[in-house]
Structures are given as C-alpha cells and as structure tokens.
Design a protein around this ligand. Structure first.
Ligand SMILES: Cc1cc2nc3c(=O)[nH]c(=O)nc-3n(C[C@H](O)[C@H](O)[C@H](O)COP(=O)(O)OP(=O)(O)OC[C@H]3O[C@@H](n4cnc5c(N)ncnc54)[C@H](O)[C@@H]3O)c2cc1C
Length: 383
C-alpha cells in the first residue's frame, strides 16, 4: 500500500513517539488531563521542527508538499500508538477547509500557526437545539457593514477541547430571518475574545473533554469569514467531510485487535475455533473499513465535489471499532469490574475505551445521518 519512503516516514514517526510516550502507555489520549495535554504540546512542537504536523500541505504554509499518504500515515500511526499530539481540529478540519476556501490573509495567518504547533482549534457547530439538523442553528452573527465587523450571540454545545482551544471555527446565522441552509456563515474567532464563557460537560467515561460555549456580543472582523458571507453552508459541509474521513478509528481498532490477539495467545486460547473465527472475521471487516477510509481521503484530493465516501468510511470505521472493542470486552469480561481501580491496565483501557467509543456513532454526525447521506446524496434514493 505504501512505498519505501512512506514506510520510512512511519518508522521515524514511531521513533519520535517512543521518545515521548511513557513505556507501556495503556490509554486513549485524554487532552482534558494536564499530563496528556502537556505531552501533546511537546509532541506537536517536535513534529513541527520536522514540518511533520501537516506534511501534505504546501511548503509555504509549513508543510512538505507531500502526497496524502503522509497524512494518512501520520494519523494512523498516532492512533495506533494512542499517542497525544495529532491535531484533529487544526490539521484535519479547518486547515484543509482554509486551503480550499480561505483568503490569502486567512491562509497566511492561520495555517502557519497550525503547522508551528502553536494553536488548538475547536469546532462550534452543534447547539442545544441543533445537532443532526445543523441547518436549524440559531446562533446569530450581526454584520456591521460600515466597520466590517460581526457581533455573535448564542450558545454552542459539545465543543470538544473548548476549554483548551485558542480559536474556534463557528457556524452562525448572519442573515437575520433567513431559514435553513441560507444565510449561514463559517467564521473564525479567538477564544480569548471578550464575551466567551466555556462550561465543561462530563461524559459517561468520567472525563469532560467537551463543553458548552456561551457567546455574548463577541466581536470579530469580516476578514474572518471563510468563503462568502451568508454562503457558508457548503463550506461547513465540506469541513464535515474532512472530519468524517479521519483514519483514527481504524488505528484504535487495529491496536485493540492486535493486543487482544496477543492476549489470547498468552492465555493459550488463540487456538479455540470461536476465537480464531471471530478474529479472522473482525480483521477482514477492519481491512475493508481501512481501504474505504483511504479512498475517502484520496477522493478529496482529486476533485472538488462533496462525496459520500467520507460518510461511508465514518460509518464502517466507527462500527468496526465498536465490534472489536466488544470482542475484547467479552474476552476480558471476567477481569472487568465497574470499580476500575481493581483492574489490570489492559482491562481498564478496554473498559474505558468501550464506553468512550459509543460516541463514535454520534460525533461528526450520527450513524443514521451518515446512512441518510449515503442513500440520498450518494445513491440518489428518494427521501
Ligand atoms: C464525544 C462528542 C464530541 C463532540 N464534539 C463536538 C464538537 O467539538 N463540536 C460540535 O459542534 N459538536 C460536537 N459534538 C456533537 C455532535 O456533532 C452531535 O451530538 C451530533 O451531530 C448529533 O446531534 P444531537 O446530539 O443533537 O442529536 P440529535 O440530532 O438530537 O439526534 C438524536 C437521535 O435522532 C437521530 N436522528 C436525528 N435526525 C435524524 C434523521 N433525519 N434521520 C434519522 N435519524 C435521525 C440521530 O441519529 C440520533 O440517534 C460531539 C458529540 C460527541 C458525542
């Protein structure tokens, strides 16, 4: 799949991760925790030294002008190692969106910050009354033509890393009285701007990686609108497509399957027919999900259209990740207790990750919404 140079890059990345990741690291990175956050910052800075944060971006914005394979290898390796330091919001979402739709000012200012490892972005799409039905958002942006400024008022919710972020890309309704997809704009704001309040929300696995963000009279310049004012809907959808073609779920799933296979081997149960058949079947589903994700990433490099492949890859990758964790959970079931302090590190990781990965079928657009997109936009089936 990858050439010699690309495989070398993977080796170098693994060596870099080895330098920073504590031995026997047994957890999914949780950048809410100070330790993981600081580790993430250190790794990002080291990646930046080699221009490896976004190697497929143009050199003038801090990349290496390499093909998409380098970005795939980067994200897949980081996920497999469960290492902090892979910038999902900057590199995967807003970066490619700015490369496609951003002004020269935006590219110059914001892309270089990302490739220097200096900023954390967050995503301001969902609202208390708008999730799957994103076109119903009500956060308002009032445009003052004379001063070329926008004043934003509203509440965003489920904002991952909102408490750590320096900047947010936010979808707002800039045409008053507009409805649905019309009159929306994608805007870049500074999280230190006066009027922004971030309230943490706790999830089922005990951490609070997401937040509610309340915006009261937050002012920003018209220069921060991505694409045309009031015409942000397609830009926002394209950004979701970049989000949905992430390879992380594949990396996490593969790591879990490799580790559980090794565990079965150690416990001398790998030769059992039920276990062999399960592992073989999960591996073949994982391979097809992986190939679909590669295709989703590649297809975005060959034309400008919004495709159904990112939705297909998100669906397959999140589903296989859950199936593999369920299998590991079954194997380890005698070791798993609700009181996680009694568990060994592997069982603890599987237990926590299984709970966390429930969110895979929700974040970035739910499983049902991906199926609707594939059926309606992709295959042209009636609503
Ligand atoms: C861990 C995590 C992190 C997140 N991070 C962010 C973030 O950083 N920024 C951000 O903006 N958002 C974030 N989100 C929010 C996420 O995008 C929304 O939760 C998601 O889009 C679903 O919206 P909702 O929660 O309002 O559910 P709803 O839209 O209310 O959906 C509820 C249920 O109804 C189903 N449903 C809704 N409409 C249809 C339909 N037309 N057809 C069939 N079924 C339908 C859904 O599939 C779902 O099962 C995050 C969510 C999670 C879980």
């Amino acid at each position: 799949m990858f050439n010699k140079e690309e495989l070398n890059f993977k080796k170098e990345l693994n060596s870099l991760i080895d330098k920073f990741l504590p031995e026997n690291w047994q957890k999914y990175p949780d950048e809410r925790l100070d330790y993981d956050w600081e580790l993430s910052q250190k790794i990002k800075k080291e990646l930046a030294k080699n221009k490896w944060i976004a190697p497929s971006w143009p050199k003038k914005y801090g990349g290496l002008d390499q093909g998409i394979s380098s970005s795939i290898i980067l994200s897949e390796t980081f996920a497999y190692r469960m290492s902090p330091g892979n910038d999902r919001f900057g590199v995967r979402m807003i970066g490619p969106t700015l490369l496609k739709y951003g002004s020269d000012y935006q590219k110059e200012k914001y892309l270089k910050e990302i490739t220097n490892g200096d900023v954390q972005w967050c995503q301001g799409y969902s609202e208390p009354n708008s999730g799957s039905d994103l076109a119903s958002i009500s956060t308002k942006g009032e445009y003052d033509e004379e001063n070329d400024t926008i004043t934003i008022n509203g509440t965003k919710v489920w904002t991952t890393l909102g408490h750590r972020a320096d900047r947010m890309f936010i979808l707002v309704r800039t045409l008053p009285d507009s409805s649905r997809h019309k009159g929306l704009s994608l805007i870049l704001i500074d999280m230190k701007d006066p009027g922004i309040k971030v309230n943490p929300i706790k999830n089922i696995s005990g951490s609070s990686s997401f937040n509610e963000v309340v915006l009261s009279n937050v002012k920003t310049s018209g220069k921060n609108v991505v694409g045309k004012l009031h015409e942000g809907w397609m830009v926002a959808l394209d950004l979701l497509n970049f989000e949905r073609s992430g390879i992380d779920y594949i990396g996490w799933a593969e790591r879990c399957l490799d580790d559980v296979e090794e565990y079965c081997n150690e416990k001398k149960i790998l030769s059992r027919d039920d276990i062999k058949i399960n592992i073989a079947s999960l591996r073949s589903s994982l391979e097809s999900a992986k190939i679909m994700t590669y295709k989703a990433l590649w297809i975005k490099t060959i034309d400008e259209k919004i495709h159904m492949e990112p939705s297909m890859s998100k669906l397959l990758a999140t589903e296989i990740n859950i199936k593999i964790h369920d299998f590991a959970f079954d194997i380890l079931s005698k070791k798993v207790t609700i009181n996680t302090s009694n568990q060994d590190e592997f069982a603890k990781r599987i237990f926590k990750n299984r709970l966390f990965f429930i969110s895979g079928g929700i974040l970035g657009g739910t499983t049902e919404i991906q199926k609707n997109i594939i059926a309606q936009r992709g295959l042209g089936l009636p609503k």
